[in-house]
Design a protein around this ligand. Structure first.
Ligand code: DAH
Length: 330
């Protein structure tokens, strides 16, 4: 019995403690055998043998559970050390998204005009003939309707071909003065390296009292805007035609690729066309019931801006969802 004390003290793991417990306290363990052997002892010794065995039984029981507790703790600590995770180690870098170049460009355009106190207006993509054409001085059979190849649902309903109908909706809903832009998607039956069936425009409209808005105001803000977008470029206004403005102009910037020298991108002209604009045609004001007002309007294609800013050669690549293109935006 005495040797067990020594064995318990020197046990190195919980498993060993369990073996010892069974060897002492098990059904066929040493204590059971010793108690059984007692019946062969002389009667006058039985009491003292039993007393001694009970003392061992108690003392060994206490010692076992104490040693077991110590070993359990040691094993727990060892396991925690072995399985510890080093939270300071570098893991794989998570992929971060980025704004699509078209949306990023759109945000930049909107930021400029918001800073100039223009409000942001929206309208439906499924439009009717009145807002998309008629009220913009494009009556049925007007040859300028051919400038925009339209997706029609029926005689009256269509996918808007530009964001100009939002001008009409805004004027019908509010009184002058108006200072608004309308960013959004537009749709045309077109598909080549500079056209996709869906693209984005930002329309601008400013209306105030008769005689208050001049071409000089338009020229100033567009020049300032284009310098904000493209840096130190030259800006020129070329006479042009739009049904909703008179006079109308197309606006060019000096080529940002060759600095105006003439290259492949600007077709050797030194200029890049970036937007259309003009003084609002009186017929448009008449269509919305505005009297004694003057105003200017402009419209631009966001993809065109994004292509120039990010030097994208084929417009269609902006909509292919190729991650290699998008990854460059991070
Ligand atoms: N709506 C024209 C287009 O889609 C763009 C435009 C040109 C809008 C001149 C205007 C403008 O407001 O004055 O091609």
């Amino acid at each position: 019995m005495k040797t067990w004390y020594e064995a318990i003290e020197s046990a190195q793991n919980v498993e060993r403690i369990e073996e010892i417990r069974i060897a002492i306290f098990g059904k066929k363990g040493e204590l059971a055998e010793a108690f059984a052997a007692m019946k062969n002892a002389p009667d006058d010794q039985k009491a003292s043998i039993a007393k001694e065995l009970n003392e061992h039984k108690n003392a060994l029981g206490v010692l076992l559970s104490e040693r077991k507790a110590v070993l359990q703790l040691q094993e727990l600590e060892a396991a925690m050390k072995a399985e510890a995770i080093d939270v300071t180690l570098y893991g794989p870098t998570p992929l971060r998204g980025a704004l699509h170049p078209v949306m990023e460009t759109m945000d930049r355009i909107v930021d400029y005009f918001v800073s100039m106190n223009f409000s942001v207006q929206t309208g439906p993509m499924v439009e009717d003939d009145f807002h998309n054409f008629e009220a913009l001085n494009l009556p049925k059979h007007h040859p300028a309707r051919d400038m925009q190849d339209t997706f029609y649902f029926n005689d009256q309903m269509l996918l808007r071909t530009h964001t100009s109908p939002v001008q009409i909706r805004t004027m019908l809903q509010s009184k002058p003065p108006i200072r608004m832009i309308a960013p959004g998607s537009v749709f045309r039956r077109d598909y080549d390296i500079t056209h996709t069936p869906m693209f984005h425009q930002v329309e601008g409209l400013l209306v105030d009292k008769e005689g208050a808005v001049s071409f000089a105001n338009l020229k100033f803000i567009l020049e300032d805007f284009l310098k904000y977008m493209f840096g130190d470029v030259n800006v020129r206004f070329r006479p042009s035609f739009f049904p909703f403005t008179e006079p109308s102009a197309e606006v060019d910037i000096s080529c940002i690729f060759c600095g105006g020298e003439g290259c492949r991108v600007c077709s050797k002209t030194g200029w890049l066309e970036v937007l259309g604009c003009g003084i609002v045609d009186p017929n448009v004001f008449e269509a919305v019931g505005y009297k004694d007002v003057s105003g200017y309007a402009f419209g631009l294609g966001v993809e065109r801006f994004a292509m120039l800013i990010h030097r994208v050669g084929d417009l269609r690549s902006l909509f292919e969802g190729d991650l290699r293109l998008l990854e460059q935006m991070r």
